[in-house]
Write a protein that binds this ligand. Structure first.
Ligand SMILES: Nc1ncnc2c1ncn2[C@@H]1O[C@H](COP(=O)(O)OP(=O)(O)OP(=O)(O)O)[C@@H](O)[C@H]1O
Ligand SMILES: [Mg+2]
Length: 268
C-alpha cells in the first residue's frame, strides 16, 4: 500500500487527482485535481453544467468516476459505497437539500444517524445541533415540508452534522433563499469553520465564496479555470476574470452583477 500523500506533516483531508466523470458519451469533468487541507473551507463557483455537483457526488460515492482517484485523509475512497464513505466521516448536503417533506423535522434529523449505534453520543449531538439551530428545535414535531426554504436548508445541514463528519460537502446551500436566510445559513457554516470542520461548498455567488472560503476555485465546462486565495487581493482579479470573462464574451450586451453567477453552458 502506498503512503498517504502528505503536505508538510499533514495528510490532505480530500485529495482528488485526475478526476474524470462521464455520463454515457458526455464527459462532465475532464481530469481535475483538488486538494483540501484539514480545517480548510474551499468554495467552488461556476456556471450551470460546469461539473460542480458531479464532482461532489463523486467524492460522496454517489457516482463512480470514469478515471482518477479520490482520497480521504490518505485512504482511497473512489470505489467505496456512499454509506462507507459517510461512516468514515464525510457528509454531504445535496443540491435541493434532500429533505423528506412528509417526515417530521425530528425524523429527518435522525436519518442522519443511520450509521450510528451510540445512543448517548447521538443524544449529545442532537442537543448540540438544536443549540446551533434554534429554529429547528422549535419545529421538531412539524412536518419538514412546512418549513421555509431557509429552515429546510438549516435542517439539511443539521442532519448532515448528526453523523459527526470530519468533512462537510454542501451543494449550493444558498440556492433559492432570501438574502437574510442566506446570511443565517452562512453564519452557521462560519461557526462550523471556526470549530475546525473541513468544508467544501459549491456556491453560486463569487462574492459570497470570496467572503466565506479560504480558497476559491472557478470551474467551467468540467475544468478548473482559476483558483486563488480569498486573502490575496491579486487572486480576486483572476478569479473574477475567469468567472465573468466567458459570460462577457458570450453576452457582450449584458453585464452580470457580482451576486449572480454567469448563466453559460446549457444543461444537456
Ligand atoms: N444524471 C445525469 N445524466 C446525464 N448527464 C448529466 C447528469 N447529471 C449531470 N449531467 C450533465 O453533466 C454536466 C455537469 O453537470 P453538473 O450537474 O455536475 O453541473 P453543475 O456545475 O452542478 O451545474 P448547476 O450549476 O446547474 O448545478 C452537465 O452537462 C449536465 O447536463
Ligand atoms: Mg449543480
Amino acid at each position: 500500500m502506498s503512503a498517504p500523500h502528505i503536505l508538510g506533516s499533514a495528510v490532505f483531508a480530500i485529495e482528488i487527482s485526475s478526476l474524470q466523470i462521464a455520463y454515457g458519451r458526455l464527459t462532465a469533468v475532464h481530469g481535475i485535481d483538488i486538494a483540501l487541507t484539514p480545517g480548510e473551507a474551499l468554495c467552488i463557483v461556476g456556471p450551470n453544467g460546469a461539473g460542480k455537483s458531479s464532482t461532489l457526488l463523486a467524492i460522496a460515492g454517489a457516482i463512480r468516476p470514469r478515471q482518477g482517484d479520490i482520497s480521504f485523509f490518505g485512504t482511497s475512497i473512489v470505489r467505496r459505497q456512499p454509506e462507507d464513505i459517510c461512516r468514515m466521516g464525510l457528509s454531504m448536503v445535496p443540491e435541493g437539500r434532500g429533505i423528506f417533506p412528509a417526515l417530521t423535522v425530528r425524523e429527518n434529523l435522525m436519518l442522519g444517524t443511520f450509521n450510528r449505534a451510540d445512543r448517548s453520543g447521538i443524544a449529545d449531538d442532537l442537543a448540540m445541533t438544536l443549540d446551533r439551530f434554534p429554529i429547528i428545535a422549535e419545529r421538531m414535531h412539524s412536518p419538514a415540508g412546512k418549513l421555509s426554504g431557509g429552515e429546510q436548508q438549516q435542517l439539511a445541514i443539521a442532519r448532515a452534522l448528526m453523523c459527526r463528519p470530519r468533512i462537510l460537502l454542501l451543494d449550493e446551500p444558498s440556492l433559492g433563499l432570501a438574502p437574510m436566510m442566506t446570511d443565517r445559513v452562512y453564519e452557521a457554516l462560519a461557526g462550523l469553520k471556526a470549530e475546525g470542520l473541513t468544508l467544501l461548498v459549491v456556491e453560486q455567488s463569487l462574492s459570497r465564496a470570496l467572503a466565506f472560503g479560504d480558497r476559491v476555485l472557478v470551474m467551467r465546462e468540467g475544468v478548473i479555470q482559476a483558483q486563488g486565495s480569498s486573502r490575496q487581493p491579486e487572486d480576486h482579479a483572476s478569479l473574477e476574470a475567469a468567472y465573468f470573462g466567458f459570460h462577457e464574451r458570450q453576452n457582450s450586451h449584458e453585464r452580470s452583477d457580482a451576486h449572480e453567477r454567469p448563466a453559460t453552458a446549457e444543461r444537456s
